[in-house]
Design a protein around this ligand. Structure first.
Ligand code: HEC
Length: 119
């Protein structure tokens, strides 16, 4: 094998390795953001199934219900955090039925509600 061919093969291997590295970095970054959007989608699904009868679950529904605050309004309110939402669901309230929400469902619902903030 001539010297230049060996250098050529070396460069090809180097490029292949760096592409592999780049791919794994991009892949990890995408993987890290996926659970968040999957959780928001799950929260959206749960909200439509359980909460829509009383709450405006999606922003375009604002104004259709008057008793329960819209999720958009809840999200925009100062002091609404994932924790404050979970505390609300775990304490008993007067006008809203006490729903049995698992911790995973609470995570998903709060992720969905907070995703509405500011739009
Ligand atoms: C039967 C009607 C009803 C259903 C179903 C319902 N809610 Fe409510 N919800 C209310 C009413 C009425 C209020 C306002 C009075 C209160 O705070 O108790 C409220 C308040 C809230 C608040 C607090 C807003 C604030 O003032 O901070 C949150 C958060 C909330 N609901 C989330 C949910 C979620 C999530 C679901 C579905 C899993 C749900 N609700 C289902 C009627 C309902």
């Amino acid at each position: 094998m001539s010297h230049s061919v060996r250098i050529y093969i070396g460069i090809v291997i180097l490029i292949a390795l760096s592409m592999l590295f780049l791919f794994s970095v991009v892949h990890t970054a995408a993987g890290a953001s996926r659970p968040g959007s999957r959780m928001i989608a799950e929260g959206h699904r749960l909200a439509r199934a359980w909460c829509q009868t009383c709450h405006a679950v999606e922003p375009h529904m604002i104004g259709l219900f008057d008793e329960a605050p819209s999720f958009q309004a809840v999200a925009d309110r100062h002091g609404t955090t994932a924790l404050s939402l979970k505390v609300f669901w775990r304490t008993s309230h007067q006008n809203m039925p006490n729903l049995v929400i698992s911790p995973e469902q609470a995570d998903a619902l709060s992720a969905y509600i907070l995703s509405l903030r500011g739009d």
